[in-house]
Design a protein around this ligand. Structure first.
Ligand SMILES: [Zn+2]
Length: 413
């Protein structure tokens, strides 16, 4: 039975981790950084060495292909891939695994001259981690990038996307031209680490993704009254921070008790104004995020939390504004791609279970233009987005072999 080379996978994963590699382990390789651009050049060399045709689109997505020199509507390709950018102080597998395993699968098919009816391609999508814009490259590829917004995109530290793209030799205004020709992708399947503890805890080898969660973020601004923190009697204070704290506790309780067992919520940004120890807070801002794989549940929770913010404000006699910031809808994996992954697991003698992805992925954009699927391997201790992110090499090999046979099935369809 056709299988990948673990030695080659290992060599490439370790080689890639050196671009932006940190002393003591881990990787910092943000999109468009010099380290990222060196990694891209290295990847293209590896792809060519493996016998693939390569190209880079105007959004910076890097492709390696077997059987085609570009994506075209008259010969739809089966696509795999992931990303080579990382979060600051991230690990060596998030994103890198899907790209390197995809390259390995195509190399195995090339060297064994295995027949496949459809062209096959591996993609490294730009800025998945969203330093400048979340899932930037796959959004552009799927025609979801608003050309007018590109010029204003910047990192939180103020670095402008247009500047870093120019430094790397790209024109940001042209990024929307990365849009794939209609009908040029027959299917998309992505291998990724789970980034959570569920597979490891259940002792299952492969996770078959049914859906990627939708994420809703809103800014909640409580407006009370700034006052002298010494002279104002306690009963007269209209403390915006206390309203925000009350809301934070009650919103969490609400999502835990009224959501599904898959709903999660987080308040990770809090600003208190004017922010002095001797002033009663006049204004408090929160960024509230909620996730669920079911769009109806997510919408209901959002509406209910909105109502909760109103009641907290009313009880405390202060004002509140709830401003929607972003909303992605859950993306469903195509049944035929899930079935192909499960068939690959059966033929390789691997255990699998269906699950949803609690993290966002480029695959959710691909779902809008083609049949999408994802497969997960266990993450050690469920750890990810940290320097000690790891999976067993055996698990990596199993994941890559499952990807190989899934791609073969999809390329024959
Ligand atoms: Zn990732």
């Amino acid at each position: 039975m056709l299988s990948v080379s673990l030695t080659r996978l290992q060599r490439r994963l370790v080689a890639l981790s050196r671009f932006g590699g940190l002393l003591g382990g881990g990787v910092t390789r943000p999109a468009w950084s010099p380290q990222h651009e060196e990694a891209r050049a290295w990847l293209i060399t590896e792809m060519r060495g493996a016998g693939l045709a390569t190209w880079v689109d105007p959004a910076g997505n890097t492709f390696g292909s077997l059987g085609a020199t570009a994506l075209a509507s008259d010969r739809p390709a089966v696509l795999t891939g992931s990303h080579i950018d990382t979060v600051p102080e991230g690990g060596m597998l998030d994103g890198a695994l899907g790209v390197i395993a995809g390259l390995e699968c195509l190399e195995v098919l090339a060297e064994t001259k295995t027949a496949h009816q459809r062209p096959l391609a591996v993609a490294a999508w730009t800025d998945e981690e969203g330093r400048y814009g979340s899932l930037f490259g796959s959004r552009a590829f799927c025609g979801k990038l608003d050309g007018a917004s590109v010029v204003d995109m910047a990192a939180v530290d103020g670095e402008r996307l247009a500047d870093v793209m120019a430094r790397a030799g790209f024109d940001a205004r042209r990024a929307p031209e990365a849009k794939a020709p209609a009908g040029s992708v027959a299917a998309y399947v992505e291998l990724h680490i789970e980034q959570g503890p569920r597979l490891e805890e259940s002792g299952v080898q492969i996770g078959v993704v049914e859906a990627i969660v939708g994420v809703r973020r809103s800014r909640i601004v409580f407006r009370g009254q700034a006052d002298h923190a010494g002279t104002t009697p306690m009963e007269r204070r209209r403390d915006a921070f206390l309203a925000a704290a009350d809301y934070a506790l009650r919103a969490r309780e609400h999502v835990v008790t009224r959501g599904t067992n898959r709903s999660v919520t987080n308040i990770g940004v809090v600003h208190v104004h004017p922010g002095a120890s001797n002033i009663v807070p006049g204004r408090a801002e929160l960024v509230h995020e909620m996730r669920d794989p079911d769009v109806a549940v997510l919408e209901r929770l959002w509406q209910e939390c909105r109502g909760l913010a109103d009641s907290v404000a009313r009880e405390r006699q202060i004002a509140v504004d709830v401003v929607p910031m972003s909303a992605t809808v859950p993306a469903l994996a195509a049944p035929r791609v899930q079935a192909s992954i499960e068939a690959a697991c059966r033929s390789l003698g691997l255990t699998s279970q269906r699950m949803y992805s609690a993290a966002g992925h480029d695959a959710q954009n691909l779902a809008a233009i083609t049949d999408m699927g994802m497969l997960f391997i266990p993450s050690k201790g469920g750890r990810s987005h940290r320097v000690d992110e790891m999976s067993d090499w055996d698990a990596i090999e199993r994941g890559a072999n499952t990807l190989l046979h899934t791609l073969l099935t999809l390329a024959r369809a």
